[in-house]
Design a protein around this ligand. Sequence first.
Ligand code: SF4
Ligand code: MSK
Length: 630
Amino acid sequence: MNWKDITTIEDMEADAAKLQELACASCAETWQDRKAAQGVSCKFGEGGICCRICSMGPCRITPKSPRGICGADAAAIAGRNYLRMVAGGCAAHSDHGREICHTLYKSSADGNYKITDSEKLLRLAAEWGIETEGRDIYDIAHEVALTGLGEYGKAFGTQRFLSRANEERQKVWEELDIAPRAVDREIATAMHMTHMGNTADAEALVHQSMRTGMADGWGGSMMGTEFTDILFGTPKPCDTEANLGVIEEDMVNIIIHGHDPAMSEMIVLAAEDPAVLAHAREVGAKGINIAGLCCTANEVAMRHGVRMAGNFLQQENAILTGAVEMIAVDVQCIFPSLGPLSECFHTKFITTSPIARIPGSIYVKFNTDTAYQQALELVHMAIDNFKNRDASKVFIPKRKQTATVGYSCEAIIERLDTVTNSRVDERETYQPLIDCIRAGVIRGAVAIVGCNNPKVRPDYSHIEIMKQLIKNDIIIVATGCSAQAAAKAGLLSKEARELCGAGLKRVCTLCDIPPVLHMGSCVDISRMMLLATGIAKQWKIDVPQVPVVGCAPEWMSEKAVSIANYVISTGIDTYLGIRPQVHGSDQMMELITEGTRKLTGGGYIINTDPHELVQSMIDGIEAKRAALGI
Ligand code: SF4
Ligand code: MSK
């Protein structure tokens, strides 16, 4: 690929517009229609100053009525709403992590789920003080899984993974009392504190927001990532393709969407079954094409090279191509609109989790004991549906980009080790990266994460910000839908080095990496915490001093608010392109921007203009460099 071939936002919009046009012809309604129908957002909801926590309300804060009926002011109401968002996000991520613990607990040598990365399992067992000598690998796995499950409800103590942090961080967390206890307890505490008649002090609400977020990032999400790697393999760089052009006209197309890889992994395996392939050929298809959406796309792309159909706001577009025989989903970020939308086409919409039941879907509850058999049945169902495709409704945009994905911390270190002048005692460390940052060849790093949001032009901020950063020699690690925005644009391809400043281009060429490193799905932001921590430890400085910041330019979900809380608690400034819904309270705005920074070293910088946001990120990184004297 020549860098000039980068897919622009205008290219993507042209494809989306064509699909919209055809959507009208099919009487299908999309998020663009519903966004228009919604009109202007409620300003009380936007500012976080509408309270419906008890049935005396709803109460809304105005200059004339500065307190709700119970006396709660704007800061109390916005603070409680904010903490409830964090609790929702932590619950979602952590329950995903818990499901993976259960899957690991059910793993067996002859079952549906097996151990793929036994070395990682043994390392984790050693870290948790679990005996490994002379034991069967599955015995160890079951004890590790049980121990992990204990982290959700343990009676005493804090999260085990906190000990992975550098000592200064651990001290900060202890002193501030934001070291998270049992994951479920932090969620329950958040819900209890925000019940009518409890906390009205905004500072205390922000404090619990940080602790609840920490239970996600250094608890549930980190377990989700670790156990997923043990079960399905720690990601290594592999090549794939991204955008709607991966949908194939002459194949049976199955889209997998959601987050928990327990279902999607089985579908990927089932689609390779020779009997299934023979069935596909019998119905006149050239084969079976599995493509991912949202975080499921990230999970299966980095472990199997499965191609990525797109990110969050592209989920309806995948169905609008008219060429999708089945969309199978598990949990999170799934539009309920997929029900009615799939009815406009021949697409079978399959839900598989009791956590995400959606009208208009066929519900097939996945079970660890029968998962592979269920996946086979679903793939056969999709094949049988191929004949029902209406050729007159098919329009598949041609655009797709090549991408290299799967830069886990282990893979990044392995790449760094290939740098020829890395000394033997610096192998398996981040030292070569630190040397590059110190020398100024790379100015710093930005972790770009999160969703799309119809409040802004989809993907635009992700892509504009990334292009500007790499031009300024700032390397990027990306997860979630942000990583897919990069993939669709071509920024995950090694050729995108042409867009970099001279220093970053040299490093990427030496290490043979793209300038935007794909680190996985939303739960894998825990990998980013370990990356920042690893750099800080090796450098012998604290995390807030490292020239690394986080950015969520187009975030939308409660999970993103939970993530933002553990990122700032880890001491990393977080740049947001969408305003959190607390700006109806000046006190809350002060607390989440400057207040937390005084405590942990990390806070929010909020700017809805992506060009101004990226400039403030560059300035922030340069200020950290100056403070280090580099
Ligand atoms: Fe109104 Fe207070 Fe009830 Fe909220 S908790 S709805 S502010 S009375
Ligand atoms: S899928 S949380 S839209 S990144 Fe993880 Fe994408 Fe955001 Fe969902």
